[in-house]
Design a protein around this ligand. Structure first.
Ligand SMILES: O=C(O)CCC(=O)C(=O)O
Ligand SMILES: [Fe+2]
Length: 175
């Protein structure tokens, strides 16, 4: 539903069915153990963008999720128990010709106790094209389409440099 709203807000809703047809989902639960008082580590999950098209996150009362703003500052996300957080991933970034940025996020230690989170990761399976609505004189094509999302995942899991860079999409396309 949230994804449909994004499509509508960019005026590309006629492409929804094509993208939805190649969507698949992975549901993952994460348990973060209690902070070790003797350790200096402040990061629970290193900064990254998700590889997927979109992510929906839910967590218990222990906070820690942060999202990076354009100016580089980290913003604390303190969701209420009923909140779900919706984020764009790398595949949405490429599909939208960078009109939608992938959300750079991390999890820091915050408060006591175990932290639990649940994420639904939605991937596009196979090749995707950029909607023409995203391309004009001001926004020239940034990538080689069609974008093969399976090859991107394969690249990410096999190429060491992919995990070290802030922008693995750049490394994948060599741009
Ligand atoms: O645990 C969280 O809130 C975030 C997890 C996350 O970023 C991920 O699994 O990609
Ligand atoms: Fe993530």
């Amino acid at each position: 539903m949230a994804t449909i709203l994004v499509f509508e807000s960019y005026g590309v809703q006629k492409h929804w069915k094509t993208v939805e047809a190649v969507h698949n989902h992975v549901l993952r639960f994460l348990k973060y153990t209690e902070p070790d008082r003797n350790s200096d580590t402040t990061i629970r999950f290193v900064p990254h963008t998700d590889l997927d098209f979109t992510t929906i996150l839910h967590q218990n009362q222990v906070g820690g999720l942060q999202v990076q703003a354009k100016d580089g500052t980290w913003i604390d996300i303190n969701p209420k128990p009923s909140h779900f957080i919706f984020m764009a991933g790398d595949m949405m970034k490429v599909w939208s010709n960078d009109r939608i940025r992938a959300c750079y996020h991390q999890v820091k230690f915050s408060g006591d106790g175990e932290r639990y989170s649940m994420g639904m990761f939605t991937f596009t399976d196979g090749e995707i094209e950029v909607p023409q609505e995203f391309v004009d004189e001001e926004h020239p094509l940034l990538y080689n389409y069609p974008f093969d999302s399976r090859k991107y995942i394969q690249f990410y899991v096999t190429a060491d440099e992919a995990k070290k860079t802030k922008n693995p999409i750049k490394a994948f396309f060599g741009v």
